[in-house]
Design a protein around this ligand. Structure first.
Ligand SMILES: C[S@@+](CC[C@H](N)C(=O)[O-])C[C@H]1O[C@@H](n2cnc3c(N)ncnc32)[C@H](O)[C@@H]1O
Ligand code: SF4
Ligand code: SF4
Length: 341
């Protein structure tokens, strides 16, 4: 029996640097992180999610092999696809969610979800609106292709606090394999420019994190990646692969054994929830979690959903490592490679 928690999902995270940088940012930031720690350790059940993840658009300009955007339509994970007319979240819906959140204690938003935020036209307006409504942590993950100097400056000035750039490679050749893109040099330059612009403005935020999912195709570059970014990025994340039903075989075996009997204390429904482009609410941001039954924001409020009997039951089984009692969580947990090595 293997026991782990989703806190192990990232095995290199320079939290010391993170806390050092945000320490003086504001006491609210510290309060928010303290609450996050307590909720993610199942010590506190909040009355509203601490963080909401937004699927601003159900679309991406990349086709990374391990991500369902590269899968044929008939092989997509359950719930992944959204009808064309609802693929773009309306700015009105975004504002409605932030309005409810800012009244009820929402502290953080994440604009990456399982999509590419830089293709969303109103992204900067969203960040500005969230900042104006006192959201403390405004986070985003990008593939970096559209991270031009102009966009970088706008992101920094509009109030973004945390930017992840996904690399999964340390060479053009490997980037082509992992991210199916020939634009490694461009993404690299964009990320370096972002840091230069931020530093020239004298800003500590947004923090920049770079990430690397280990697969058979890139594992030989992991150490060079970490060495290069150690003194450049604020945070480095080396993560395990999550395999879905149709993840290509060659990506699945990264040397980590897949485990079936995992006691997995997932804290996602304790800390956050996700809202899809069409207003559907999900108790977590995982791709298997898209299969949770359909509840739309047109029928309920975030507060009601968060405090529903179903969410409380889900939190209770995840707290004690019994996610396998829920069929969606069972499938999700079985898709995770053993991260204890
Ligand atoms: C789904 S992407 C969305 C944001 C943006 N498009 C990007 O690539 O950063 C968010 C993060 O999930 C990671 N990711 C995608 N597919 C994954 C998988 N099968 N296993 C583990 N992480 C994955 C990406 O590398 C990225 O860092
Ligand atoms: S991992 Fe990100 S960039 Fe790659 S296909 Fe998925 S959403 Fe797009
Ligand atoms: S599907 Fe269940 S175990 Fe997986 S991330 Fe969502 S809540 Fe956690």
């Amino acid at each position: 029996m293997v026991k782990h928690t989703d806190k192990l999902a990232t095995n290199i995270l320079e939290y010391d640097k993170y806390y050092h940088k945000i320490k003086n940012h504001s006491h609210l930031f510290q309060e928010y992180r303290n609450l996050w720690e307590k909720a993610s350790s199942f010590e506190v059940e909040t009355s509203f999610p601490i963080q909401i993840e937004f699927e601003l658009s159900n679309a991406c300009n990349f086709r990374c092999g391990f991500c369902p955007y590269s899968f044929p339509k008939n092989k997509l994970p359950k719930g992944f696809d959204i009808p064309k007319k609802d693929k773009i979240m309306s700015f009105e819906l975004f504002k409605k969610i932030i309005d409810e959140g800012s009244e009820k204690g929402l502290m953080a938003i994440e604009l990456g979800y399982n999509t590419e935020p830089l293709i969303f036209k109103k992204l900067i307006d969203c960040i500005k609106y969230a900042k104006q409504k006192n959201i403390i942590d405004i986070r985003m993950s990008t593939n970096g292709l559209k991270l031009t100097k102009e966009i970088s400056a706008l992101l920094i000035e509009s109030g973004l606090t945390h930017l992840n750039v996904s690399f999964d490679a340390f060479s053009e050749e490997t980037f082509l394999k992992t991210r199916a893109s020939k634009h490694y040099k461009k993404v690299l330059q964009n990320a370096l420019n972002f840091l230069e612009i931020r530093n020239n403005l004298g800003n500590k935020l947004p923090l920049m994190r770079v990430s690397f999912i280990v697969t058979e195709e890139n594992k030989h570059e992991k150490n060079s990646f970490v060495k290069f970014w150690k003194d450049r990025a604020d945070l480095i994340a080396v993560q395990s692969l999550i395999s879905y039903d149709n993840t290509p075989e060659n990506l699945q075996n990264s040397g980590n054994e897949r485990q079936k009997d995992i006691v997995y204390n997932c804290h996602q429904p304790w800390t956050r929830l996700a809202i899809r482009s069409n207003g559907d609410i999900k108790p977590c941001c995982s791709i298997p979690g898209m299969a949770f039954s359909k509840v739309n924001l047109s029928e309920t409020t975030i507060t009601n959903y968060w405090n529903s009997k179903e969410m409380k039951e889900l939190r209770n089984i995840l707290k004690v490592g019994e996610g396998y009692k829920n069929s969606v969580c069972k499938k999700c947990i079985e898709s995770i490679e053993n991260k204890n090595n």
